[in-house]
Design a binder for this molecule. Sequence first.
Ligand SMILES: N[C@@H](CCC(=O)N[C@@H](CS)C(=O)NCC(=O)O)C(=O)O
Length: 228
Amino acid sequence: MPNLRLVYFKMRALAEAPQLMLHYSGTPYSYEMGWDYFSRPWNEVKSSVLYRQLPLLVVNESTEIFQSGAITRYLAELTGLKPDDALLLAEVDALYEASQELFRPLNPTINFAVGEEFLSMRSKLIEQLAPRFEDFEQILESKPTTPFFFGDNPFYCDFGVFHHVNLALYLDENLLDPYPFLSEFLSNFERLDGVKEYLDSRPELIGVGSEPQLVIDGVAKSTGIVND
Ligand SMILES: N[C@@H](CCC(=O)N[C@@H](CS)C(=O)NCC(=O)O)C(=O)O
């Protein structure tokens, strides 16, 4: 297994599906903040970093893979979390991409918005999520006997969907009431070996809507891209 360093910030967002996959597959890696990896504040290095955004996966201290989709697909190959069949892979990838589209609306609202702004973003977001959740529900309902989207075991798309839907529950813990299949999928996913341990030990996200913080090594820190 190559040496893996996942570099990101203080937020529960694009590094989450990769981390879930790494834990599920028992693959060792280190998680590092951008300012630690680059040894400088992010705003000072951003313009010299390829594509100017994180996450970044550093492989064997030599290759830097940017873009969360590329990182996830690389890890899926490495850990066996993708199907061999090209046609099935295309379906898996379409679902993964559909889940990735939830990043833009969810991330600013849940990881950062506060007060009135949060409340107004929250109600719009709940409306916006409904059709996508209906899509997920429909796919799961079409295969009611399997615990995951494409069978008895999860592929990388399941990790993407789980992360975004799980994050959306911060908007309303009853959000999944109209979606019994999606709700069951989340329960099945949470029980997976490796996933369960990661969910129990990852930095807790607190203060959503008022003062969003991640509890890292027992210390509550503001979400963001600055080391404070
Ligand atoms: N398309 C990129 C988007 C990455 C992205 O939006 N990263 C944000 C954090 S979630 C970032 O680097 N923000 C800091 C900045 O833009 O300076 C991906 O999927 O990795």
